[in-house]
Design a protein around this ligand. Sequence first.
Ligand code: BQF
Length: 293
Amino acid sequence: MEIIDGNKLAKTIKEELAQEVEQIKANGGKIPHLAAVLVGNDPASQSYVRSKVRSCEMVGFESTMITPDADVSEAELLDIVKQLNENPEIDGFIVQLPLPAHIDAEKVTLAIDPKKDVDGFHPQNFGRMALGLPCYLPATPFGIITMLDRYGIETSGKHCVVLGRSNIVGTPISLLLSRKAKVGNCTVTITHSRTKNIGEELRRADIIVAAIGIPHFVKANMVKDGAVVIDVGINRVDDATAKRGYRLVGDVDYAEVAPKSSFITPVPGGVGPMTVTSLLLNTLRASRKEVYD
Ligand code: BQF
């Protein structure tokens, strides 16, 4: 069993990005600039956005945080998006999800200029991804692909079972892994809440991607010997002994499943940190006009 160390790989990629920034500076080019819009004061969202801004600082990117109150109107938020679309200083930006219930998140996503949509959530980027055209990949699937690539894990001809069909993880990673690409050429099964016997499906998997948001859902008896296990879950469970009163656990029962796996991602320190570095990579691509010009 080998642990896929997301913290270590994220650090390596950040070092590579810091070198890129040095190159850009030496050539008098524009420093990549990410903006993040954080609505309200949800603690998890605050911590995610802070870690994205901190990561920008670590690699030498510029970053701007915009923090409207929770009661900001949809029209006001759409105006912030419009200003970011029009601001030539900003290469890419994100609107941190989830948004308060009185705001239509779909409408906000549609308002983002696809050229600056470094989360890859705009239908134009999603459609381009599905068609295999140049696009910004959504950060979590991009992070997973990068892990498989950098750890030299063979995917071609493998049977991958994805747990969950969300727009930001399950559906896009299923498309990407089935595509004709260096990391791809898998036979993919998507499972979800209506799947008859998830355990039976999972036991056939050479590669499992767990993204259902149920703590410790995947047990040892659902995993084939030698499977590659990618755990996307970030679930808070109460823990009186922890500093904050909770700890993070994945969708996989790590203690049980790790001994059976060939490769496994831990939680925390697995997919999560790679999600953040993927956002940085997309921001660099945006500043270089690599996807659109
Ligand atoms: C780690 C996210 C659900 C909903 C909205 C490192 C992150 C998380 C975990 C992180 C996530 C999850 C992010 C770890 C960004 C990933 O060490 O395990 C980093 O910052 N993430 C987000 O922005 O929005 C979410 C999950």
